[in-house]
Design a protein around this ligand. Structure first.
Ligand code: UDP
Ligand code: MN
Length: 266
């Protein structure tokens, strides 16, 4: 069973590849029994791809403009959804029966293989509008039929927030009310902004965090040092950014040692 289940992430730039490397590394560190897959777009450098190849079971190059006709046509009608179409590509991974998608800006803190007990589409509430799910962590079943329907939905309706989250929420539109088992606990997608919006809850429950999500414009790979995180005046956030850099540095060192040359790390 585990062999045909996979964690999937996505990186369309070398910066997001840094995030994806940490996602893959954390899944390994916490000994997932599932496959790990990263989808990259054609513009990602060969060095970044090589580094990802050391960490993930599968590095999949996704070219939306060169994929099936329907994807291509939908893209032509909605060019603003470029990255979103690439993300939707995860539904075509039909060699797997069930997958968990993780944004490249997530930090996995423990083994989360129990997520595979959930059904499509399971996700945690978005902190900004809890009747919407956050699309940074979700359980899904690859299916070409679903993929086709998603593309058609994108072509017809676009996305109310311009990204994959708006599109997926209007597609899986009964998520809020239909089945509570499809509501992942918030600790599986602890958005760092919750630290600001509800600090007492964070202080009470934050230690239960399983996956942290650096949602928003400030990504850990853009924060080079602790002093830079200080500007955002939150020691809790700083702790997670520090942990992210620990994982990244460890990996950087490891890949460097392996190659005995310039690290193939972005
Ligand atoms: N992404 C990417 N390249 C981009 C933007 C996004 O590969 O230029 C992927 C990446 O996996 C990222 C996900 O799409 O984690 C969602 O974007 P992001 O995390 O930036 O959105 P947020 O979670 O902040 O809303
Ligand atoms: Mn994200």
């Amino acid at each position: 069973m585990p062999a045909n289940q996979a964690f999937v992430t996505l990186a369309t730039t070398d910066s997001y590849c840094m995030g994806a490397l940490v996602v893959g590394q954390c899944l390994r560190r916490h000994r997932t029994t599932r496959q790990t897959v990263v989808m990259v777009s054609t513009n990602v450098s060969s060095q970044a791809r090589a580094a990802l190849g050391h960490v993930f079971d599968q590095v999949l190059v996704v070219d939306v403009l060169d994929s099936g006709d329907q994807a291509h046509l939908s893209w032509l009608g909605r060019p603003e959804l470029g990255v979103t179409f690439t993300k939707l590509h995860c539904w075509t991974l039909t060699q797997y029966s069930k997958c968990v998608f993780l944004d490249a800006d997530t930090l996995v803190l423990c083994n989360v293989d129990e997520l595979f007990e959930r059904e499509e589409l399971s996700a945690a509430p978005d902190p900004g509008w809890p009747d919407c799910f956050n699309s940074g962590v979700f359980v899904f079943r690859p299916s070409l039929i679903t993929h086709g329907r998603l593309l058609e939905h994108a072509r017809q309706h676009g996305s109310f927030d311009g990204g994959d989250q708006g599109l997926l929420n209007t597609f899986f539109s009964d998520w809020a009310v239909r089945d509570i088992s499809k509501h992942l606990p918030f600790v599986y997608n602890l958005s760092t902004i919750a630290v600001y919006t509800y600090l007492p809850a964070y202080q009470e429950y934050g230690h239960n965090a399983k996956i942290v999500h650096f949602l928003g414009s400030v990504k850990p790979w853009n924060l080079r040092s602790n002093s830079q995180t200080n500007q955002h005046t939150n020691s809790h956030l700083e702790e997670f950014v520090y942990q992210w850099w620990m994982e990244y540095s460890y990996l950087h060192h490891l890949l460097k040692t392996m190659s005995h040359q310039e690290p193939a790390v972005p």
